[in-house]
Design a protein around this ligand. Structure first.
Ligand code: NDP
Length: 342
C-alpha cells in the first residue's frame, strides 16, 4: 500500500517512514525542500529501492498543496507541525496557525481522495494534560487539555511559548475530530498523543543548534548548557521515538484503531532521572559526563509529575515499550554520530 507521511524530515516522522518501508509499504513523504527530500531518499533508497518518493510542500497552509500527494494514497500520517519555543512574540503565526490550518488543510485534500482509508494525526500529551493543575496528576486518552486554548484566546501572542505550543496541539487535534464529525468522510481518523519523545536521531541535522526540540534537551544536559538548577523542574511522561513511530504505523493498519485516541507512554521521568541515566550510561563519553549536572541522584523518582497512562497503546496497538536507559543510550549514540559527522 501507499502511505503519505507529512513533515517526513522530522525526528518522529523519519522513524515512521523507516518502519513503514521495513514492513513493505510504499512511502510518499512531504517535505519543505528538495534538500531534505534528497537526504531521505539517500537514507532509504539502498535498502528499499523504488519504495520511497517525496514531494515538496513548502507551506502547510496553502490550500490544495496536498491534493496531488494524497490523491492515490491508502493512508496518511500527518505529523508536520511546529514544535519549538522560538516564537519571538509571534506564537499565533509560528505555532498556532501552522498546526491548526495545516491539519485542516491536509484533511481537506484527503477529503478529495477516493482511496484513503485511514488518517493518523500526530497530536500530543500536550492536548491531554492541564498544566495548571498541580502535579501529581494521572491522565488517560479520555482527558483534554482544558486551559491552554483559553490562555491563547486571552493572551494571544503574549502567551508563554510552551503554553502556546500546547494550545496549538489542542486546537489542531480538536479540529481534526470536528472535521470528521462534520464531513463524515469515507476514511476514519486516529490520533497518537505521545508525551516527551526521546531516542535515536535519524533526521538530517545541520548542527547541534538545529536538533529537534526534545533531543536538544539531551544535548543541552551533556554540553554544559544546563545546571543543577534545571533539575527540580517537573517533568512528565516519556516514550521512545521508535515506540511512538510504531504506534503511528499500527494505528494506520489496525482496523480497531479507527476513531481512537492513543497516548503511547513508557513511564514518568524527571530531569533528575535523565541525568541519572546519562551518568549511569556506558555510552556517554566521560567528557560529556563532566559537563552533565549530577544533582541529587535518585531523588527524581519522588517528584510529582503529570503522568500519561500508556496501557491503551499496549493493549490496542501491541506496543512494547523500550526501557528508559535504552532510549537514552541509543539517543546518545546517535548524537555522538552527529558530532562525528560535524
Ligand atoms: P521536528 O521538529 O523534528 O519535526 C517537525 C516536522 O514538522 C518537520 O518535518 C518540520 O519540517 C515540520 N514542520 C514544522 N513546522 C512546519 C511548518 N510551519 N510548515 C511545514 N512543516 C512544518 O519535531 P518532532 O519530530 O518531535 O515532531 C513531530 C510531531 O510530533 C509534531 O506534530 C509534534 O507536535 C509531535 N510531538 C512531538 C513530541 C516530542 O517530544 N518530540 C511529543 C509529542 C508530540 P522541517 O524539517 O522542514 O522543519
Amino acid at each position: 500500500s501507499l502511505v503519505v507521511v507529512t513533515g517526513a524530515s522530522g525526528f518522529l516522522a523519519v522513524h515512521c517512514v523507516h518502519q513503514l518501508l521495513e514492513r513493505g509499504h510504499r512511502v510518499r513523504a512531504t517535505v519543505r525542500s528538495t534538500d531534505k527530500g534528497d537526504y531521505l531518499r539517500q537514507l532509504f533508497d539502498k535498502r528499499h529501492p523504488g519504495k520511497f518518493e517525496y514531494v515538496v510542500a513548502e507551506d502547510l497552509e496553502t490550500p490544495g498543496v496536498f491534493d496531488d500527494a494524497v490523491r492515490d494514497a491508502d493512508g496518511v500520517l500527518h505529523t508536520a507541525s511546529p514544535f519549538h519555543m522560538n516564537t519571538e512574540g509571534r506564537a499565533t503565526e509560528t505555532l498556532i496557525k501552522p498546526a491548526l490550518r495545516g491539519t485542516t488543510n491536509v484533511l481537506e485534500s484527503i477529503l478529495k481522495s477516493k482511496t484513503v482509508k485511514r488518517v493518523v494525526v500526530t497530536s500530543s500529551f500536550a492536548a491531554i494534560l492541564t498544566s495548571t493543575k498541580p502535579p501529581p496528576q494521572r491522565y488517560t486518552e479520555a482527558d483534554w487539555n482544558s486551559t491552554s486554548v483559553e490562555g491563547h484566546e486571552r493572551d494571544g501572542d503574549n502567551q508563554v511559548p510552551v503554553e502556546a505550543y500546547r494550545a496549538s496541539k489542542t486546537l489542531a487535534e480538536r479540529a481534526a475530530w470536528d472535521f470528521v464529525a462534520t464531513h463524515q468522510p469515507s476514511w476514519d481518523l486516529a490520533t497518537i498523543n505521545p508525551p516527551f519523545v526521546l531516542g535515536p536521531v535519524l533526521q538530517q541535522v545541520a548542527s547541534a543548534e538545529r536538533l529537534n526540540t526534545s533531543m536538544a534537551l539531551i544535548w543541552a544536559f551533556t554540553h554544559g548548557q544546563k545546571t543543577d538548577a534545571d533539575l527540580p523542574a517537573p517533568s512528565g511522561s516519556v516514550v521512545d521515538v521508535r515506540d511512538a513511530a510504531q504506534a503511528h504505523v499500527e494505528a494506520l493498519l489496525r482496523p480497531q484503531a479507527g476513531g481512537e485516541r492513543v497516548g503511547p507512554a513508557a513511564q514518568t521521568w524527571t530531569h533528575q532521572d535523565l541525568v541519572d541515566a546519562l551518568h549511569a550510561s556506558a555510552v556517554v563519553p566521560e567528557a560529556w559526563k563532566k559537563q552533565t549536572p549530577v544533582g541529587k541522584p535518585g531523588s527524581g523518582r519522588g517528584l510529582p509529575v503529570h503522568e500519561l497512562v500508556g496501557t491503551k497503546a499496549e493493549e490496542l496497538l501491541g506496543i512494547q515499550y523500550h526501557a528508559f536507559a535504552k532510549t537514552v543510550d541509543d539517543g546518545v549514540r546517535s548524537l555522538l554520530d552527529l558530532e562525528q559527522r560535524g
